[in-house]
Design a protein around this ligand. Structure first.
Ligand code: NAI
Ligand code: MG
Length: 471
């Protein structure tokens, strides 16, 4: 049993004033593996105070100094890679190969951000005026449980690059992972008060951060529902918000796609991060004429997707993070069934031989766009196959959602796919691939998938404000 009884404030691990605790579980077994002590309003206020004090000096640091810090943060993560991986497998239930990729990516974020910072225009001289991009102030970062390291690092790196200080409220469900990550930050020799981390719940610590007049920016990743709460609360003190919210991403398989490639790719995209991914391609749009062939290929390819056995590098799907998330997934599977969709693979309950919070990877066919399972973000391994008759109809269905985070197209003709991509309302459209290899890309959503962008210089932009000095 691991006890996390410290928060990180002003460069020190200290016992929180708050007395509430929360149990932590191994989602593969459902067994309790730890307890985290949660911070309260006083802890949050102290963290903000530390960040405010540190901002006075840190906001005047040089690009070179901040580059060295970013480099050390990168190195500290790589130096603790194995321990970070172990915590993510145990506490989150992420299969090892996906875990490794995400830990490496968390380190990479600091390197990428360093490069972006070095070419960032912090100052511009015009004929009669100087434009200075100043650090906005103290950043509040509120992160979810579905990729603890990358979400925290993705919000921290641009804050450092911009010369801002930060108070992070990680998800209360990923405290073991956050603890190791915090130890990495501590080892990196960052000036005290620049990074502060307060474990706690959304309604307590999250609410204080969102309302506090000394916080300049709230950067949040999580559900659209909480994003709305944060956005409206933050408006009272005119904070800038960056919201990275949910998705219901379409994956359009075009008539000319090579189905032998497109179907395994669609399953990989849909079941990414065990379905607990904001960018998962959960609506698979297929030409009606190809439905029967696609159904057979889905059944066939599901046999190659390994569930459980998290330390096996071939495994792709792990458990849901919590009993609550498992129950949510079960409710959606029931809802699909109730509304007349047909279960092609999977269904209710646990996969054979697996307990804990494992849900069966499930693919529904005969899904219509009006069904709840086709509209709402499930955040679990549940995919919908929806048929279309024409490309125009496919585009209409793809855009018929409150979300717009990610989209996918499979086609034998990339030029045609690019034309269709331009008609999809989404922060990104990936063609014949599950990954965007371009590190200089922004990440974020259209519509109710969010506001603002993270990554590269786009992330730094969110944390600076231009000031004009004119003579
Ligand atoms: P959530 O949106 O409730 O929580 C995310 C973070 O916000 C956590 O750190 C939480 O403590 C904090 N929070 C909660 N209430 C808050 C408040 N009033 N003020 C400030 N911060 C607050 O996500 P949850 O409950 O863990 O998952 C629920 C659903 O959200 C999932 O089923 C999924 O659909 C979606 N989700 C989407 C994510 C994404 O990456 N887009 C990530 C996590 C969840
Ligand atoms: Mg919630």
């Amino acid at each position: 049993m691991k006890i996390i009884d410290k928060i990180y404030v002003d460069g020190r691990f200290t016992a929180p004033h708050g007395t509430a605790t929360q149990d932590l579980y191994n989602p593969s077994t459902g067994e309790k593996i730890g307890i985290v002590h949660l911070g309260d309003q006083i802890d949050t206020d102290q963290a903000i105070e530390a960040a405010k004090k540190a901002f006075v000096t840190f906001s005047k640091s040089t690009v070179k100094e901040r580059g060295e810090i970013l480099q050390r943060l990168h190195d500290a993560i790589l130096a603790n890679e194995e321990e970070l991986n172990k915590a993510a497998v145990e506490e989150y239930g992420s299969p090892i190969s996906a875990t490794k990729g995400r830990t490496r990516y968390a380190a990479q974020i600091f390197r990428d951000t360093k490069a972006a910072m070095e070419s960032f225009e912090f100052e511009k001289q015009l004929e009669y005026a100087t434009i200075v991009n100043e650090p906005l102030g103290i950043i509040a970062a509120i992160t979810p449980w579905n990729a603890d390291y990358t979400h925290i690092c993705g919000k921290l790196a641009p804050a450092i690059a911009a010369g801002c200080t930060i108070v992070i409220k990680p998800s209360e469900l990923s405290a073991l992972q956050t603890q190791i990550l915090t130890e990495c930050f501590d080892q990196a020799g960052v000036p005290k008060g620049v990074i502060n981390i307060v474990n706690g719940t959304g309604p307590v610590v999250g609410t204080v951060l969102t309302a506090h007049p000394d916080i300049a920016v709230v950067t949040f990743t999580g559900s659209t529902q909480i994003g709305r709460v944060i956005g409206s609360k933050a408006a009272e003190t005119m904070k800038r918000v960056t919201l990275e919210l949910g998705g219901k991403s379409p994956n359009i398989i075009l008539e000319d796609a090579d189905l032998q490639k497109a179907i395994p790719l669609a399953l990989a995209i849909g079941f990414s991060n065990s379905g607990q991914a904001c960018h998962a391609g959960t609506r698979i749009l297929v030409p009606e004429s190809k439905l029967e062939e696609i159904k057979s290929l889905i059944i066939e390819n599901m046999k190659n997707i390994r569930i459980g056995d998290l330390w096996n590098s071939e495994s792709y799907i792990g458990p849901m993070v919590s009993q609550k998330q498992y129950d949510t997934v079960q409710r959606y599977i029931q809802s699909g069934w109730d509304q007349g969709a047909e279960i092609l693979v999977g269904g209710p309950g646990h996969p054979e031989g697996l307990g804990g919070f494992y849900a069966k990877p499930t693919v529904f066919v005969n899904v219509t766009p009006e069904m709840i399972i086709a509209k709402e973000e499930i955040f679990g391994p549940v995919l919908c196959v929806i048929t279309y008759k024409t490309e125009e109809e496919a585009i209409t269905i793809a855009n018929d959602t409150i979300y717009g985070l990610s989209a996918y197209i499979s086609s034998g003709d990339t030029e045609k796919a690019k034309q269709i991509a331009r008609q999809i309302i989404s922060g990104r459209v990936l063609i014949n691939t599950a990954v965007n290899r371009e590190s200089q890309s922004p990440f974020g959503g259209f519509k109710q998938s969010g506001i603002g962008r993270t990554s590269w210089a786009y992330g730094i932009d969110e944390y600076v404000e231009p000031k004009v000095i004119a003579v």
